[in-house]
Write a protein that binds this ligand. Structure first.
Ligand SMILES: *[C@@H]1O[C@H](CO)[C@@H](O)[C@H](O)[C@H]1NC(C)=O
Ligand SMILES: *[C@@H]1O[C@H](CO)[C@@H](O)[C@H](O)[C@H]1NC(C)=O
Ligand SMILES: *[C@@H]1O[C@H](CO)[C@@H](O)[C@H](O)[C@H]1NC(C)=O
Ligand SMILES: *[C@@H]1O[C@H](CO)[C@@H](O)[C@H](O)[C@H]1NC(C)=O
Ligand SMILES: *[C@@H]1O[C@H](CO)[C@@H](O)[C@H](O)[C@H]1NC(C)=O
Ligand SMILES: *[C@@H]1O[C@H](CO)[C@@H](O)[C@H](O)[C@H]1NC(C)=O
Length: 614
């Protein structure tokens, strides 16, 4: 390795000598209108260090996508024949010419192999440079921009350029035009009052609620107001299933925004809800300066919720919490290096470099889709496709604002386009809008109904993938002519794909019981069920489920009882009542909540036979 890199460096030096002049003609790569809700405060300090992420094109991505769909399509001969890490890397690798020309450009700015890092497939190059140098390389000016509502500052620009001859060899450079603000999808959160505890006790003595699809046909009455591990097992027909700790199955949760999951709280939770799991724990992996301060008072509500339910449902499956840093607020006076890119790409760099990532991974964080530059959203989405091709199932919370952004104060609502037109528009979230992940909406109560905040709608960036065309167009035909015309893109990727319980979850936080909700609860819950399905498959020598969506819609078409169709409730937002949950797929709860028992039979017996297609 060492000698190879020495050779590479020498060849760059040689190439640098023959370079065209530094100030060759530049071409604007990306330009955005001043972002709504941000104020340009001052020029960025010249010596402030930023880490530029440079994306080189992936000319064979269409080929990777073809492989992904073949190995994820239950009716295809190659179903389950996932690609290896090396196969995926070779399919997303840039052309040698792109690598060479970008190296040449960097060298002309004094940046050599020692000064940069690369993703395993070499499709991303990362370099730390002072603002003054970035400005010269990108023919731009960086400013400090302040977010009006939160006061947070970032160093950004509204346009940047690249030498003309690199236009086809660099897809994007960030942080430049990215003004998105990642949020944790946790809409409600309160400590249990004495009154609630009293009424929960009364409910505990009430007769069970009849739910024909549940384990044994009924669910404890208490589950109508407090969701526990046992409630999920009953409601989703998973009582009595024991996953294996030793069949290679693993589950992962991602954490961002400085959150960490507290182990003491997990033990308190287990003592109450999962006594057989007491003393078991999980692995914490810190990425890019992620935190894991086990101080009880500083436990993260989001991280604790995700870990307690996902790991509680799947015990004794080996479990990992990924804590990714990368959003330090910019402090104008402290000239420490800061990386204020959205951290999904940091996590992707890490996880794609792993030989054996967990087969099921849940994420409860997202951004308003329109605040993420399209080029960046597409590249991150392509990263999720790479994981799917390797056999990893990714679930994401669909959002907590219904069709809007969850903001009740009209003055703060983001239900307007960010393109300078300021037209009224629903607010889909990214990453759930990426077609290569499974977006999980929310339900509440027993029997289940859609929860009002369940994020749903249609992407303005990603076109509708074939796997959901039939289900979604059927729904669209039921909408009265002209419904919400201009507020959403009827040809976009539709959200969510599935749903799960999303409110009144009982967790422990800093030593106290808390009732918490949000589609943040739904994603780890659905991921828990997926992980149990993977465990059943791995124990039979079958491959993990991988990218779920083609299978989800195929099963729904063939055996609708495998999902509990949610047909009541709606998801208001942007001053409208939102969409209705209806029979079949809908943009509130997708195809519905899982029936584990039925899904297990389908995915462990002959898929084609069960689907009635033999
Ligand atoms: C690149 O790395 C070399 C060796 O570590 C260092 O001397 C040089 O200053 C670096 N250049 C830049 C632009 O960071
Ligand atoms: C469940 O709780 C909701 C809201 O409090 C209530 O309207 C409904 O009647 C309850 N359902 C049952 C079966 O008790
Ligand atoms: C957990 O550890 C405690 C203290 O070592 C022990 O008393 C208890 O039996 C353990 N529980 C389980 C379920 O392993
Ligand atoms: C965690 O944070 C607290 C308060 O910020 C600090 O006092 C403590 O030393 C930190 N603990 C660790 C393990 O970093
Ligand atoms: C956009 O339109 C809304 C509603 O008409 C208005 O409240 C808001 O001030 C407008 N914002 C801008 C930046 O023009
Ligand atoms: C939702 O259902 C209500 C009641 O049936 C109906 O009036 C309304 O038009 C529906 N909304 C949409 C967007 O389909």
């Amino acid at each position: 390795m060492r000698s190879l890199s020495a050779w590479v460096v020498l060849s760059f030096v040689a190439a640098a000598a023959a370079l065209p002049a530094k100030d060759c003609a530049h071409k604007v790569k990306e330009s955005v209108p001043p972002p709504r809700g941000w104020t340009k405060t001052s020029p960025a300090p010249a010596d402030h260090i930023i880490e530029l992420r440079i994306a080189l094109p992936q000319p064979n991505f269409a080929e990777l996508e073809r492989h992904l769909y073949e190995v994820s399509d239950p009716f295809h001969d190659r179903y389950g024949q996932h690609l290896s890490k090396e196969e995926v890397e070779s399919l997303v690798a840039p052309e040698d010419e792109s690598v060479h020309l970008v190296n040449e450009w960097l060298a002309s700015h004094g940046i050599y192999e020692d000064n940069l890092s690369r993703s395993p497939a070499r499709d991303w190059v990362l370099v730390k440079v002072p603002v003054s140098q970035a400005e010269e390389m990108l023919k731009t000016e960086y400013h400090v921009w302040t977010h009006d509502a939160s006061g947070e500052a970032v160093v950004r620009t509204t346009a940047y350029s690249l030498p003309e001859h690199l236009d086809d060899h660099i897809e994007l450079v960030q942080p430049t035009t990215m003004f998105s603000r990642m949020k944790s999808l946790r809409s409600t959160f309160r400590f249990d009052s004495d009154e609630e505890q009293k009424s929960a006790k009364i409910a505990a003595n009430a007769p069970p609620i009849s739910v024909p699809s549940a384990s044994g046909g009924h669910v404890d009455a208490s589950c109508n107001q407090t969701i526990t591990i046992s409630c999920i097992q009953q409601l989703y027909n998973a009582v009595g299933f024991k996953p294996s700790a030793k069949n290679g199955n693993q589950i992962g949760i991602t954490g961002y925004l400085e959150q960490f999951a507290n182990i003491e709280d997990l033990q308190t939770f287990y003592a109450e809800q999962r006594p057989d799991a007491l003393n078991s724990t999980f692995k914490t992996v810190l990425i890019n300066g992620g935190l894991n301060n086990q101080t009880l008072d500083e436990a993260g509500a989001e991280a604790n919720l995700d870990v307690q339910f996902a790991f509680g449902l799947t015990f004794p499956t080996p479990a990992t919490f990924f804590s990714t840093g990368g959003r330090p607020p910019f402090k104008p006076d402290i000239l420490t290096p800061s990386n204020t890119n959205e951290p999904y790409s940091e996590w992707l760099d890490f996880i794609l470099a792993q030989k054996e990532p967990p087969q099921t991974i849940s994420t409860s964080y997202a951004d308003d889709e329109q605040t993420v530059p399209v080029s960046f959203a597409k590249r991150v989405c392509n990263g999720f496709a790479q994981l799917g091709a390797r056999g990893v199932s990714l679930t994401f919370s669909s959002g907590d604002g219904g069709v809007g952004d969850g903001e009740e104060d009209p003055a703060l609502q983001e239900c307007f386009t960010n393109d300078g037109r300021n037209a009224t528009r629903f607010v889909p979230l990214f990453p759930p809008s990426c077609p290569f992940v499974t977006a999980v909406g929310g339900t509440i109560h027993v029997p289940e109904t859609a929860v009002f905040f369940s994020g749903g709608g249609f992407s303005d960036v990603f076109p509708r993938p074939a796997y959901q065309e039939q289900a979604v167009s059927k729904f669209l035909k039921t909408l009265p002519e002209g419904t919400y015309k201009g507020l959403f893109n009827p040809n976009g990727r539709a959200i969510p794909d599935v749903a799960a319980q999303a409110d009144l979850f009982r967790i422990f936080l800093s030593g106290r019981p808390v009732s918490i909700g949000g589609t943040s609860a739904a994603s780890p819950t659905f991921a828990g069920i997926v992980s149990l399905l993977n465990s059943a498959r791995l124990s039979k020598g079958l491959r993990p489920l991988g990218f779920l969506n083609p299978l989800v819609y195929a099963i729904q078409a063939a055996d609708p009882s495998a999902f509990n169709d949610i047909t009541t409730g709606n998801n208001p937002g942007c001053g409208t009542p939102g969409f209705n949950a209806t029979k079949g797929w809908d943009p509130v709860t997708g195809v519905g909540t899982p029936n584990f028992g039925k899904l297990k039979d389908i995915v462990t017996l002959d898929l084609l036979h069960i689907a009635g297609l033999t």
